[in-house]
Structure formats: C-alpha cells, structure tokens
Write a protein that binds this ligand. Structure first.
Ligand SMILES: Nc1nc2c(ncn2[C@@H]2O[C@H](COP(=O)(O)OP(=O)(O)OP(=O)(O)O)[C@@H](O)[C@H]2O)c(=O)[nH]1
Ligand SMILES: [Mg+2]
Length: 360
C-alpha cells in the first residue's frame, strides 16, 4: 500500500517523510523543483501487537507496513500548464495521498505564493488535481465518442458503458467535486478506470506542518472531503526526534511533556485511510499482523498468508483480540467458549487472531 506525499514546494514534504520514516534525506533548496521520488517502508505502530508479543514471547514480531513516497517537483506542473509525464504517472500510482500544507512561518524559507496560508494552499493543489482528472476524462470521452462513430452498431458494448461513466465523472468534476464522492462504483467500473490513476478518487490525509509551536489544526484548516482527515505535525522537531535512538527520543519527549509522537499517529491514520485492516497470527515462532481489505472473507485472509492456505482452506480458528487479553491466555479463552471455528463465508474483523486449518 503506497501513500504519495504531496504538497506545494517548500511545504515540508521531505521533512515529514523523514519524520515518518526515520530517514535523513536532504531538505530545502538543494532538492527544490526536481522530479524525484524517494520511498520507504514503515511499520505501523500497534499496541495490540506489543501485547501479543509480551504474551507469546515469539522469535519474530512483524507489524503491518505502509510505503511512503516523497514526490518532489510539483512546481513545474503548476506553473507550466497541468500535471504531466512521469510526475503525473507517479501520482496516479499512489493508493492514497498525504497532503502536506505549510503552516509554519519562516522568513528564510520562501513560499511560492509569498504568504503562509494553509487553507489556500490546500485548495490550490486540490483544484490542480481536479483539473488533471478533468483532462483525463475529456481525453477518454473524445476517444470513446470516436469509436462509437466509427464502429456504429458493431462497437464493443463496453464502450457505451464507459462513455456513460465518463459523462458522469465529467459532470462531477465540472461541479468542482472530487470523484471519491462516488461510493456506488461497481467492481467492473473500478476495473475499467484502474489504469487511469484518477487523482481525486484517492483518499487524502492532510498534514499541516505546524513548525515549532503545537497548534490546534482545526483552527488552521477545514477539509470536508469524504474518507479524508486532517492532522497536525511539527515537521522539523519530529524529523529530528526520528534521528535519535529510542532511549534518547523517550528522554527528550518526557522532558517536553510529549506523550505520543504525531508521526506515530500519522502512520496509523495513513493505514486506516487505505480501507485496510489487520488480523493477527500468533505463536512461539512469530507474532504477525497481516493486512487485508475491509470485508475480506476467511479464505481471502488465508490467501494473504499464502495462496496454498486459500486453496486448501477448511476452517479458520478465530479468537478476538479483546477476549484473549481479557481471558489472559488461550486456555482461559477456550474455557469460556469464545474460541470459534469459522467457515468460508466468515468476514474477518479487525483484530481477529486467526489460525487457518487447511489441506496439504
Ligand atoms: N522552521 C521550520 N522550518 C521547516 C519546517 N519544516 C520544514 N522546514 C524547512 O522548510 C524548507 C523546506 O522543507 P522541505 O522538507 O525540503 O520541503 P519540501 O516540500 O520537500 O520542498 P520541495 O521538495 O523542494 O518542494 C527546509 O529548509 C526545511 O528545513 C518546520 O516545521 N519548521
Ligand atoms: Mg522535498
């Protein structure tokens, strides 16, 4: 699952990438304006995994992960007539966006529009994305209408279907509304449009880069988009904290009365944005989180572990994480009858601890 970190030049994308991933990429003028993508895979903090680890004392502990891509070089697109080429392709491939908006004042860091105004910046990039989707839709419409004209009655029946969908998309974008508002798209429609990489179809986590003071993000910004959230993060401080050893970082945090790093919260919110949930497998060898789409069935969950487990699926043994913790042990949980055997139709829930019974 890939989240593209986007935002206006100098908003602090790379700083926030460093804060989230613990990397130490150069920030500031050195990288400005170049098309450059840096990626890193990050474990998603999960207190449940920590508890399971303490309970089973496994040899290995594996958290769910997300991938962040710091996508630099937006200035070109905005100033030179639309998002194009490699940059547009890169954006299209993200599953969701982390949209960084600058909320810090600093005279040494130039702002592309001179003043610090997070709401304006958020809307500027959003309209750019809307416009980009509109261009994609119009190109498709032209192509599909051409095919209808040339082929007449012999046209592939998928063509008029897609034409209708693109007309619906166009009306939505003309009204300056994002495509993510369509929550009734069928699996077939999703398949048709998958390759187009529509930007306004992706969920967005807006991260206000607060600078040196902690501020209430809701006083700075409003964002009413569905499946989207706003969060504040002190980019520079947290990117520096991410460079420390965990012990030094803990000491520093205690000294400043910081209980949780916003970076940890941003990573969790990023994960939730992706319509993904975690189930767990436990044992002496390994305690592990696995990511599956919300709504996945037990055999699909088995397939996330290994395709053989999906093929040979018989039943899933399921414990609820909360029941296990309340009971204190597997044995105690079994005694209360809360240990369950589920079949092929079972829809796995977030926090299920699963063991797959299978053939072969
Ligand atoms: N004071 C202050 N400066 C910051 C903060 N976050 C970023 N900066 C500075 O702002 C400048 C731009 O930060 P970057 O992280 O490089 O921003 P960017 O969005 O990646 O920039 P481009 O990739 O060039 O578009 C750097 O000089 C940072 O040190 C912050 O929280 N406080
Ligand atoms: Mg950068």
């Amino acid at each position: 699952m890939r989240l593209g970190i986007i935002g206006l030049p100098n908003s602090g994308k790379t700083t926030i990438f460093n804060a989230l991933t613990g990397q130490n990429l150069p920030t500031g003028a050195a990288t400005s304006g170049q098309f450059e993508v840096h990626t890193a895979i990050v474990p998603v903090p999960d207190a449940r995994i920590d508890h399971l680890k303490a309970m089973y004392n496994p040899k290995k502990t594996i958290y769910a992960t997300v991938t962040y891509a710091d996508i630099g070089g937006l200035d070109k697109g905005i100033n030179e007539g639309g998002l194009k080429g490699q940059f547009r392709t890169e954006l299209g491939q993200a599953d969701a966006f982390v949209h960084v908006v600058r909320a810090f004042a600093n005279d040494n860091v130039p702002h592309p529009y001179e003043t610090v105004n997070p709401q304006r910046d958020l809307e500027t990039l959003d309209s750019e994305f809307l416009l980009s989707d509109l261009v994609t839709v119009e190109k498709r419409l032209e192509k599909l209408q051409g095919e209808m004209r040339v082929k007449g009655k012999t046209v592939d029946p998928l063509v008029p279907k897609e034409l209708e969908l693109m007309e619906r998309f166009k009306a939505q974008l003309d009204a300056e509304k994002p495509l993510i508002e369509f929550d009734d798209l069928t699996a077939e429609q999703h398949k048709t449009i998958r390759g187009y990489g529509f930007l306004t179809l992706k969920p967005v986590l807006v991260v206000a880069n607060l600078g040196d003071e902690a501020k209430d993000v809701n006083t700075l910004l409003q964002y009413n988009r569905v499946k989207s959230q706003i969060v504040g993060l002190q980019g520079k401080i947290e990117s520096e904290l991410a460079q420390l050893t965990p012990e030094d970082a803990a000491m520093f945090m205690e000294e400043y009365g910081i209980t949780e790093l916003s970076a940890a919260k941003v990573i969790r919110l990023s994960y939730e944005l992706l319509n993904t949930q975690a189930f767990f497998t436990v044992g002496e060898d390994e305690v592990r989180a696995w990511s599956i789409p919300i709504g996945a069935t037990a055999p699909e969950a088995a397939g996330a572990i290994h395709s053989d487990l999906q093929k040979g699926f018989i039943r899933a043994e399921v414990m609820k994480y909360d029941d296990l913790i309340a009971g204190g042990s597997e044995a105690a949980l079994k005694a209360t009858g809360k240990f369950r055997l589920e079949g092929k139709e079972y829809v796995v829930q977030d926090g299920d601890i699963v063991h797959i019974r299978h053939n072969g």
